[in-house]
Write a protein that binds this ligand. Structure first.
Ligand code: GUN
Ligand code: FE
Length: 442
């Protein structure tokens, strides 16, 4: 084994299937060992069975009492909205006009974009998120700044330039042809550059002309292994607006379908006001839904319908949608999505929520085998969860009697403080408190 070998002893949880549909979906090693080689998972299992696989001379980092899970995957977030998180507005459309567009205007300045991207990535890592699908702004400089900072940290990030050529301020507008040309240049520059991946990013149907949607669909076909991300059926006013702009479409989602934008690696944020025909198309095309509970509650958009999505077997993932969302923490996002489920009559076990935030995200992005669990060869992106992070979490987790209860406590009571450390490709990229978290050597 090489000098790039590392080993971590802790409780280990990860998934190999979806616990909503398969009762042998998770692997749990209460006294576990995670062995990394060359930035990838070599093995994960019981300490008693794997200890002899640790090469001589490799010191085992001792995280006993803590829990290692795959790095969280946030499938929908806007990095330029970092500085306007928690801006009050009565609903989506006034919020966009009042706060979002003026904030995004500043990203014409590449140095401003770089500074925000740097803070944003550090904040994601503090919260245990190692992969995100990220909206930049309409400015190519905002994309170069983001990928530059992500590449510098060797993070597995997906991002793209917003395409938007109508119903927005002049200072944020591209054109159908210009937006497509810029997007193609950015694909050639950044897609698969190191760990970076590109996402075609038409903002949402109301801010694109038919010509722009047409070109976005053509790029989606020309570059089938890029991602595509947009918003759909978030808010009833928005749905009515789309109906008036595209009177010939059967539904909001059908606008995207018409232009060839439904395909594997397409990520649709919100998906609240869909109908069953839409849901069937999601499943048929392997387009995924990105569920954004903190945003949907904050903006009063609506409640995601798990029962209908599950009946149609729509690929599901979980997301913050910062700055419409109110937290960078995927644990806090679980806290809120749990309650969204309850309000709709669905019970979401903690195991399912952790799945959606890890392997579920990877699968919905067609990235299983690259990120999302601890199968051999998968990139070693992981977080160390500390059950003693706060007095209340320590007291509550000490009294849990099952894995489900322990995970539920993390999901409902946890936030950035519960993340003791974050690793990306085997490298420590965040440690909560260097004094408390110096690992003891075994
Ligand atoms: N729909 C179009 N743009 C946006 C955005 O920036 N945030 C949210 N939540 N919804 C949108
Ligand atoms: Fe969004």
């Amino acid at each position: 084994a090489s000098s790039a070998c590392q080993a971590y002893r802790a409780s280990i949880l990860h998934f190999t299937a979806d616990p909503a549909f398969d009762d042998k979906a998770h692997a749990w090693h209460e006294d576990g060992l995670l062995i990394i080689d060359g930035g990838r998972v070599h093995a994960a299992g019981d300490h008693s069975q794997l200890r002899d696989a640790v090469p001589e001379g490799v010191q085992v980092q001792d995280f006993r009492g803590k829990l290692i899970v795959p790095g969280f995957i946030d499938t929908h977030i806007h990095y330029p909205q970092t500085d306007m998180i928690a801006s009050p507005a009565p609903g989506l459309l006034p919020w966009l006009e009042t706060y979002t567009f003026p904030t995004e205007r500043k990203f014409a300045d590449g140095e401003h974009a770089r500074e925000v991207a740097s803070f944003f990535l550090d904040e994601l890592l503090r919260c245990g998120t190692t992969t995100a699908m990220v909206y930049c702004t309409v400015h190519p400089s905002s994309v170069n700044a983001f990928f530059g900072e992500s590449d510098k940290r060797n993070l597995r990030m997906v991002a793209g330039k917003i395409m938007m050529d109508r119903n927005c301020p002049e200072f944020l507008s591209d054109t159908a042809e210009g937006g497509a040309r810029d997007s193609e240049e950015l694909i050639n520059k950044w897609h698969k550059h190191g760990r970076q991946l590109y996402a075609l990013t038409p903002r949402f149907a109301p801010t694109s002309t038919e010509a722009q949607l047409q070109l976005a669909g053509e790029l989606a076909r020309a570059y089938p292994d890029t991602f595509l991300q947009t918003h759909v059926a978030e808010n009833t006013d928005e749905v009515a607006w789309v109906k008036s702009l595209f009177p010939n479409s059967r539904s909001y989602l059908d606008v995207y379908d018409h232009y060839g934008m439904m395909r594997p690696r397409a990520m649709y944020a919100h998906c609240i006001w869909l109908d069953d025909h839409d849901r069937a198309r999601m499943r048929e095309t392997q387009s995924a839904a990105s569920i954004c509970p903190t945003s949907n509650l904050f903006l009063g958009s609506g409640l995601f319908d798990f029962a209908r999505a599950d009946a149609a077997q729509v690929p599901l993932s979980l997301a913050t949608d910062v700055g419409g969302g109110t937290s960078f923490s995927m644990l806090q996002t679980m806290n809120e999505v749990y309650k969204v489920g309850r309000m709709g009559g669905t019970y979401l076990p903690a195991l399912r929520m952790f799945y959606m935030a890890t392997l579920g995200g990877a699968r919905s992005m067609q990235l299983e085998g690259t990120i999302g669990n601890f199968a051999p060869g998968v990139e070693a992106d992981f977080v160390v969860l500390d059950p003693k992070a706060t007095p209340l979490l320590a007291r509550r987790t000490a009294r849990t009697e099952s894995l489900e209860e322990l995970l539920f406590a993390f999901a409902l009571l946890g936030d950035d403080r519960a993340i003791a450390a974050t690793y990306s490709a085997g490298r420590q990229v965040h440690v909560r408190d260097a004094r408390q978290d110096v690992p003891e050597l075994v």
